[in-house]
Design a protein around this ligand. Structure first.
Ligand SMILES: NC(=O)c1ccc[n+]([C@@H]2O[C@H](COP(=O)([O-])OP(=O)(O)OC[C@H]3O[C@@H](n4cnc5c(N)ncnc54)[C@H](O)[C@@H]3O)[C@@H](O)[C@H]2O)c1
Length: 248
């Protein structure tokens, strides 16, 4: 059982569903996010097993303090889900502002590095544990007008494999989940760019063979499995949960 977990991006979507599911299964859950209102909603949904922590994953010192607080208040840490992320659907590399490139890489790739860096000593102290990084189908294949997002998510797959090589032998398993389209505020956000969205939908028509978007709970279930002892021989695995988007 996952007893003491930290979930980033816990104020919304997949992160919230993951925090709620882990708590339902008996874990105490440190819920980390930059959004205080969403965090309060998640904490209210979970009840006394939730520890809300407002924190920006791009801020190394703030992450170190928040992870330290989580480990102190939960009496240790066994599991980490790096879910926080932002979409980026802003144009090709010639159009993308360097500041936007840096912002997306800082949240989606450097964020999980910060959190994992702070958490690993606590997982070690617990005698082992598990980390799940949430990438995307766009870490495995490309997407129109999203170079920063695709690079950040492909980078997170590389980071997962590197961490698995370094930490599996000390009992810390590191895996990656690559969701396809999931019904969350992030997916709705592409409505802000209707012309790009229409071009991308036309390009990828037929890729999602499930014929529907995923539900946050379906991604949360995969994350919870990978964090659990049932996945005890899995490390360095890249698990697509994408309605066969990347199968062909
Ligand atoms: N929804 C999809 O279709 C989809 C598909 C593939 C991958 N993903 C990935 O799943 C993860 C969760 O996405 P979601 O769909 O639940 O989106 P979401 O927008 O509902 O939730 C993302 C959460 O991350 C938080 N966050 C953003 N920047 C942060 C920062 N700097 N520090 C701390 N928290 C921050 C937000 O406040 C938000 O609560 C993301 O990494 C996303 O890239 C989503």
């Amino acid at each position: 059982m996952t007893a003491r977990a930290l979930v980033t991006g816990a104020a919304s979507g997949i992160g919230r569903a993951t925090a709620v599911l882990l708590a339902e299964r008996g874990a105490a859950v440190a819920c980390l996010d930059v959004n205080p209102d969403g965090l309060a909603e998640t904490a209210a949904a979970i009840g006394e097993r939730a520890l809300p922590l407002q924190c920006d994953v791009t801020d190394l010192a703030a992450v170190a303090a928040a992870v330290g607080q989580a480990a102190a208040e939960l009496s240790g840490l066994d599991a980490v889900a790096n879910v926080a992320g932002v979409g980026d659907f802003t144009g090709d590399v010639a159009e993308l502002a360097p500041e936007e490139w840096a912002r997306v890489l800082a949240i989606n790739l450097t964020g999980p590095f910060h959190v994992s860096r702070a958490a690993i000593p606590h997982l070690r102290a617990a005698g082992g544990g598990a980390i799940v990084n949430v990438s995307s189908q766009f870490g495995l294949v490309g997407c129109l007008a999203s170079p920063a997002y695709c690079a950040s998510k492909a980078g997170l797959i590389g980071l997962t494999r590197a961490m698995a090589i370094d930490h599996t032998s000390e009992g810390i398993r590191v895996n990656c989940v690559c969701p396809g389209p999931v019904d969350t505020p992030m997916l709705a956000w592409t409505d802000a760019t209707p012309e790009l969205t229409a071009r991308e939908r036309s390009r990828t028509q037929g890729r999602n063979l499930a014929g529907r978007s995923g539900r946050p709970e379906e991604i949360a279930a995969t994350i919870a499995f990978l964090l659990s002892a049932d996945a005890g021989f899995m490390s360095g695995s890249i698990v697509a949960v994408d309605g066969a988007w990347t199968a062909g």
